[in-house]
Design a protein around this ligand. Structure first.
Ligand code: UD1
Length: 417
């Protein structure tokens, strides 16, 4: 099994270009199922989750070709409506094919994604909302068996809780439903806005009418389209935190700073100097890192996908900090490993208390989920000596060329067997 060897303490300096967003690409790929027309997508990141979604689409009958830059999708012969456990188990976003399959064919059998390291992650909100569009479903042996005998019919739906995936599934499904759908209490992550831009460009009729409300008029036909996926704000945030941690000096290229204003303001509060430009962010990490208390929340709040990375940074703060995890109940898997490296983090329910002024020590480590893996790399970069990180397949699910990008800015990191 592959491992990463990381030598610290690293001096980070240089430029990093941000890849396309994984979390925008996944729903956009699922949404291509709505159409029979040719679709060309560019700026998809080269990461495992995208490969898995492409395999899933192919298993449903999509014809997908790619060259180095673009992928070309043609669904005019796509007829299958069965998404198998083998493909959905490794990537929860597999559930996003449910909405478009029901919208297009009126039936689907899709594996339940199951839990994962960061929590139970049910899909009840997706299913309840789809049933309001006329879907009947049963769960039999781990599969959602769903059909819409009279086709999908528009409805007014208020989500009981803000969910990124459920908002995406319902927006996609409603695009081909008969009549009007109003979705309120939606997630408004930038990736959802990107999905909506893609759908509108493809011919769907969608309008944001309030902060968390979107209105969709079902349409009958869609058009050919070329679309460029937005940059990955979590990747950008991760490298900004790396600079803040390592007193690094980085130029982050290809990211609109407006999208990650919350993160930028927090990093300024902990002491980093940041200059925002059009599609560029310059950061100079400070020698002194100030403590701060944060909580994760739906966009525009601080993202749960940067919580682990931020925790590493706060271990170096001048005083104690607190992080409250408000999105996932079990997203502190990185804490035990960070404590093995000398961190002093204690957990009480969803609240982490992080002692500051920590000197990290290199160690052999085990990655547990995608963002936890990258937090271990950050801690390893800040530790003197050699660290080894096992189970890095989690990392490959979501970070394109991470070793290459880190090497380019001065880190000593390599992949070993
Ligand atoms: C997406 C992101 C993930 C990110 C998360 C929160 C993708 C592919 N993944 O995941 O990286 O960490 O948003 O920003 O974009 N919930 C229910 N029932 C449901 C659905 C969700 O109880 O039917 C709960 C979840 O367990 C969680 C919370 O709602 O506690 C938010 O989850 P959700 O926003 O749906 O996350 P994902 O779409 O799975």
């Amino acid at each position: 099994m592959k491992k990463l060897e990381v030598f610290g303490v690293a001096k980070l300096k240089g430029q990093i270009r941000i890849s396309g967003s994984k979390n925008a690409s996944l729903p956009i790929l699922a949404a291509t199922l709505l159409s029979d027309k040719k679709i060309s997508l560019t700026n998809l990141p080269k990461v495992k989750d995208i490969e898995t979604m492409i395999l899933l689409l192919r298993s449903l009958g999509s014809s997908i070709k790619d060259n180095k830059k673009n992928i070309f999708i043609n669904n005019n012969k796509q007829t299958k409506t069965f998404a198998s456990y083998n493909l959905v188990k490794t990537m929860r976003a597999g559930i996003l094919v449910l909405g478009p399959l029901l919208a297009k064919f009126g039936k689907a059998k899709v594996s339940l994604p199951g839990g994962c390291a960061i929590g139970s992650r049910p899909v009840d909100i997706h299913l309840q909302a789809l049933s309001k569009l006329g879907v009947k479903y049963k769960i039999i042996q781990g599969y959602v068996h769903a059909n819409a005998p009279k086709g999908l019919v528009g409805a007014n739906i208020k989500f009981p809780k803000i969910s990124v995936g459920a908002t995406e599934n319902l927006i996609i499904a409603a695009c081909l439903a008969r009549g009007k759908t109003t979705l309120s209490n939606c997630a408004i992550e930038p990736e959802i806005k990107d999905l909506v831009n893609f759908l509108i460009k493809m011919g769907c009729s969608i309008k944001w009418t309030g902060n968390r409300t979107v209105k969709i008029n079902g349409v009958n036909s869609l058009s050919e389209i070329k679309y460029k996926v937005m940059p990955d704000r979590i990747e950008a945030g991760t490298y900004l935190i790396a600079a803040a941690l390592m007193e690094g000096s980085l130029k982050i290229v290809g990211m609109d700073p407006k999208i990650i204003n919350t993160e930028i303001n927090i990093l300024k509060k902990v002491g980093s100097k940041i200059i925002k430009k059009k599609n560029e962010i310059l950061i100079q990490g400070s020698k002194k890192i100030k403590n701060i208390n944060i909580k994760t929340s739906p966009y525009p709040g601080f993202p749960t996908d940067l919580q682990a990375q931020m925790m590493v940074l706060l271990c170096k703060a001048n005083k104690k900090s607190f992080i409250r995890e408000e999105i996932f109940e079990n997203r502190f898997m990185h804490v035990a490993e960070l404590n093995r490296m000398g961190a002093k983090i204690s957990i009480n329910g969803n609240k982490a208390t992080i002692e500051g002024n920590i000197k990290f020590e290199a160690a052999e480590l085990m990655a547990t989920d995608l963002r936890a893996s990258v937090s271990l790399i950050l801690a390893a970069l800040a530790s003197k000596g050699k660290s080894i990180i096992n189970r890095i397949y989690h990392l490959d699910r979501g970070y394109e060329n991470i070793e290459k990008k880190l090497k380019k800015i001065g880190a000593k990191i390599r992949r070993i067997n």
